[in-house]
Design a protein around this ligand. Structure first.
Ligand code: MG
Length: 439
């Protein structure tokens, strides 16, 4: 695998990812999934260029291209699911301004799984595309995926009380959905960076604690119940509590997972091996079970289908509500968090205080011998979870050693009840990895 990463094809626009590549990728999906194919894009400056190339590639292969305009990734995915047609989203998600990306979506709304990306890459590399005869070139239709997406979310949530919410869309695609969702849920909405702008003048597209100063301040100044921020394509949502404090994504994942397990009287929650132990603790306390996957949202969705999971998600603000869509959904996350606050009668800070706290340390070192490391990890830690590197769980923490599949590095994650324990586990991991690489 070289072209397709964990989330489709990504790169700096017009350098690593070009219009020619986008055209061929349009031809690839129309070769693999002929018929009607929906395409949407985020607000990036290069997104319309790539979207037009993808549409053109689809038509050249004899399929009907449906232009959905600018929309969040989950809105395109929901459209794909409802219409049972494949889709393409042009977005670089949380990556910096100069990047863009192209990701394929299945007819069930889930992202392409790894083996599907591999098949796409084979067609792309071998250039074995369909090419339609002049009289059979596909047509171009336009449609809207925003309204059905907003309606479905609003219909799935009932709030007894009125809430004041500050929303920071980061000038991304969430501008078209989340403020409207909140208004229809009868919230009092204050918007920050809610005008689409592909230059991302206010903050980087990734919603991280350090870049949400304005949101945190606004929540306090407006005496709001909640603050929420999205990444560039609004499949992720991160939250600020009523005190203006950033809520860790892992704690939010644990809170929502626990809520879903309680509501379902048990069930499976799916999350990558890199997720905090607080998720497993919360899920177990509610009578549920955690199933760990490799890192990456497509495989989380895939395992959720296999295990009939009640909930899933990643520790980066990507939450998956399977009854709605088998993909991360920032707009639905906001609605469901409000629903939980409403049902519990508690403030977000109170709900989060019930989630166990851990300290996590992450690091990486150079590693060009992925296969050797994986083999040695299996030999040295036979009792570990080897779904992606080796995750070794202890009573009071865990350690994950994970050689990257795309870069010449290995990542080490360590988590403990105390910072000291996390540091201790981290040094153990580093020592074990260095021994493998040196020996
Ligand atoms: Mg995203």
């Amino acid at each position: 695998m070289s072209l397709f990463g964990t989330n489709g094809v990504r790169g700096i626009a017009n350098e690593e990812l070009t219009a020619e590549m986008a055209l061929d990728l349009g031809r690839v999906i129309a070769t693999l999934k002929p018929g009607k194919i929906a395409v949407a894009c985020d607000t990036r400056l290069s997104s319309q260029m790539f979207k037009c190339a993808v549409l053109s590639g689809i038509m050249s292969a004899g399929s009907t291209a449906i232009d959905l305009g600018v929309a969040p990734t989950p809105a395109l995915q929901f459209y794909s699911k409802n219409n049972k047609i494949a889709g393409v989203i042009v977005t670089a998600s949380h990556n910096p301004r100069e990047y863009n990306g192209i990701k394929f979506v299945q007819e069930n709304g889930a992202e392409f799984f790894r083996e599907m990306d591999e098949e796409s890459e084979r067609v792309y590399m071998s250039k074995t595309f369909r090419r339609a005869k002049w009289s059979e070139v596909g047509s171009l239709l336009r449609d809207d995926c925003i309204e059905p997406y907003i309606s479905a979310i609003v219909d799935s949530v009932t709030l007894e009380r009125k809430y004041r919410v500050v929303v920071d869309c980061g000038n991304g695609a969430g501008c078209f959905t989340t403020p409207e969702i909140l208004k229809r849920l009868d919230c009092e909405v204050y918007g920050i960076n809610c005008n689409p702008d592909g230059r991302f003048p206010a903050r980087e597209p990734e919603p991280v604690d350090r870049s949400l100063t304005l949101l945190k301040k606004a929540v306090v100044d407006f005496n709001a119940d909640l603050g929420v921020a999205h990444d560039g394509d609004a499949d992720r949502a991160v939250f600020v509590n009523e005190k203006g404090e950033f809520v860790s994504e892992d704690a939010m994942l644990a809170l929502m997972a626990k809520h879903y397990v309680e509501k379902n009287g048990g069930g499976v929650v799916v999350t990558p091996v890199s997720s905090s132990r607080c998720v497993e603790d919360a899920v177990k306390s509610a009578g549920g079970k955690v199933v760990y996957t490799a890192v990456g949202s497509p495989v989380v969705a895939k395992v959720m289908i296999e295990k009939k999971a009640v909930f899933g998600g990643e520790g980066n603000g990507g939450l998956i509500f399977p009854e709605h869509l088998l993909a991360r959904d920032g707009g639905m996350s906001v609605a469901k968090v409000l629903q939980l606050i409403d049902e519990s009668g508690k403030k977000l800070s109170e709900l989060i205080s019930e989630i166990p706290r851990y300290y996590m340390i992450k690091g990486k070192i150079e590693c060009k011998e992925r296969e050797k490391v994986l083999k040695e990890l299996r030999r040295n830690f036979p009792e570990a979870n080897h779904v992606d590197g080796a995750r070794i769980d202890f009573e009071d923490g865990w350690l994950l050693i994970r050689p990257s599949g795309t870069e010449p590095i290995a990542r080490i994650y360590a988590e403990g009840k105390t910072r000291e324990r996390a540091e201790e586990l981290y040094s153990e991991g580093l020592k074990a990895l260095k021994q493998i690489l040196g020996g």
